[in-house]
Ligand binder design. Structure first.
Ligand code: C2R
Length: 231
């Protein structure tokens, strides 16, 4: 079995349902990882020792998940130069806002790459760790590319299905609702006649000459040719 290259730590076993999302992503990309429980508050010596020996053991990225006053990721980052990804967990009565601030608001000099709260954050931590490893591993980089294409395809399939369902629904609605029952539409404004090229051309023609018969009538006072004009 290959050596683990990612270390996942969590403050308590109660964090496992969230943190296993990170593990699932690493598994999908075929990256070896190890998992443990360690608390900056409850087991400070273990956190220090684990962080200080991680690099020597071949670990390349560390992921730390904790809820409440989440100091775990920050304390790990203070003991190592490995990249540390923090996952704030929404386990407190403050629904994780405390953990989010404690993980993200690191003072300058000790960075922690903080993910979003809860399961999405843990999933992203797994992907982000893979992306860091992928900078020097073409195989992993290609797997991440495939993952992205798959994700796009899945979303497109869902969009197609939703479109089909919504089209069927609107057709059914139309069938249920006869025309007479539908709300009358606003009357339309009368349309302006179209000015076509033909109309323009017609307007430009010279007036028609009066017929010979009309000219004769005017001249003779109404008699037709061959008739004597009235005296
Ligand atoms: P329990 O469920 O064990 O009472 O833990 C854990 O991450 C957990 O979400 C409650 C919460 O306390 C958090 N915890 C920390 C740290 N250690 C444990 N935030 C730490 O070192 O930061």
């Amino acid at each position: 079995m290959a050596k683990p290259v990612v270390g996942i730590l969590m403050g308590s076993d109660s964090d496992l349902p969230v943190m296993q999302e990170a593990a699932a992503m690493l598994q999908e990309f075929g990256i070896e990882y190890e998992m443990s429980i360690a608390s900056a508050h409850r087991t400070p010596k273990k956190v220090m020792e684990y962080s200080q020996t991680a690099e020597k053991r071949g670990i390349k990225v560390l992921i730390a998940g904790a809820g409440w006053a989440a100091h775990l990721a920050g304390v790990i980052a203070s003991h190592t130069t490995l990249p540390v990804i923090g996952v704030p967990i929404d386990s407190s009565p403050l629904k994780g806002l405390d953990a989010l601030l404690a993980t993200a608001q690191m003072p300058g000099g000790v960075p922690v790459a903080t993910m979003s709260l809860g399961k999405s954050g843990a999933k992203n931590a797994g992907i982000f760790a893979a992306q860091i490893i992928a900078t020097s591993d073409v195989k992993i980089a290609n797997r991440i590319k495939v993952f992205k294409v798959e994700m796009e395809r899945e979303v497109e399939e869902k969009a197609k299905r939703l479109f089909a369902i919504s089209t069927v629904k609107s057709t059914l609605k139309e069938a249920k609702e006869p025309k007479e029952l539908r709300e009358p539409k606003e009357p339309r404004e009368p349309k302006e006649p179209k000015v076509t090229a033909e109309l323009d051309a017609a307007a430009a023609l010279p007036a028609k000459k009066k017929s010979r018969r009309r000219r004769w009538k005017k001249k003779t006072g109404g008699t037709t040719p061959g008739q004597e004009p009235a005296s």
